[in-house]
Design a protein around this ligand. Structure first.
Ligand SMILES: *[C@@H]1O[C@H](CO)[C@@H](O)[C@H](O)[C@H]1NC(C)=O
Ligand SMILES: *[C@@H]1O[C@H](CO)[C@@H](O)[C@H](O)[C@H]1NC(C)=O
Ligand SMILES: *[C@@H]1O[C@H](CO)[C@@H](O)[C@H](O)[C@H]1NC(C)=O
Length: 231
């Protein structure tokens, strides 16, 4: 009698263990499904089951947000305005498709997109707040780049910087000899332009021009880097 009960219990535990193994195996085998990009409209109703699933979801959200932003007329107009400015820079040989470009205080990245659209692929956009995928977070007063690594540095936000000489020092440090620094500022007289030019230690004034950018009257200032950083 005792032996029969013992054998029954053994069988039961073997069956239970088998069921548990099957359930566990099926759970494990099913997990990867959540990593397969899911285009179904019900994805928001799904319970996030893995980190893979979570990162996929946040990327989709970002993509959607960017697609919406990049199709607004304000965005498109600003990108068009920057494209005109950069095409002129191409004509003046300040910029080539192969140039390594740095955009300082690039906001949401309109100028980065404009450069990409006219054929400049190697563009780094930075601002105090990141705006992926076009703009990364970095301090313009303490740039996380080596000396002389860019061919051109650009900023349309010099008017609002807190430490103008520090900003200029970092901007020109990262541009190699023969490269250019381009600033677009609110319209300035020639004397005011020279006050800005004097902040540069390595750059030689090339020219300034009054332009219209997104409907605003601005002055574009160009300097060429002539002295190496090691002086
Ligand atoms: C630069 O790239 C643009 C866009 O890809 C192209 O149309 C243009 O011809 C290129 N310019 C040169 C000089 O290669
Ligand atoms: C730009 O406009 C300002 C103000 O009208 C003027 O003083 C300056 O000379 C102009 N600069 C150039 C380069 O034409
Ligand atoms: C470049 O260096 C030379 C020699 O040190 C100096 O005289 C000159 O002012 C510098 N140029 C600029 C634009 O800083």
């Amino acid at each position: 009698m005792d032996r029969q009960i013992q054998s029954f219990l053994n069988k039961t535990s073997v069956i239970c263990a088998t069921i548990a193994t099957i359930v566990l195996a099926s759970l494990l085998l099913h997990t990867p499904e959540t990593c397969i990009p899911d285009k179904s409209t019900h994805s928001s109703l799904k319970f996030p089951r893995s980190t893979c699933d979570l990162s996929h979801r946040s990327l989709t959200t970002l993509d959607k947000k960017n697609r919406r932003l990049w199709s607004t007329s304000a965005w498109l107009n600003k990108v068009r305005s920057f494209s005109i400015l950069f095409r002129e820079a191409q004509r003046l040989s300040l910029l080539a498709n192969s140039s390594k470009a740095l955009c300082l205080l690039a906001g949401a990245g309109q100028e980065v997109m404009a450069l990409n659209q006219i054929g400049v692929d190697d563009v780094t956009g930075i601002d105090l707040v990141d705006s992926p995928p076009l703009v990364s977070r970095a301090d313009p007063n303490n740039l996380p780049f080596f000396d002389d690594v860019f061919d051109i540095a650009f900023s349309a936000q010099f008017d609002v910087v807190l430490f103008p000489s520090r900003f200029i020092a970092e901007m020109e440090r990262t541009v190699g000899v023969g490269g250019f620094c381009v600033l677009v500022v609110q319209e300035r007289t020639e004397g005011e332009v020279m006050d800005i030019v004097r902040l540069f230690r390595r750059g030689k004034f090339v020219d300034s021009k009054n332009i219209t950018l997104s409907g605003w009257k601005m002055t574009r200032i160009v300097l060429r880097i002539i002295n190496s950083t090691s002086i």
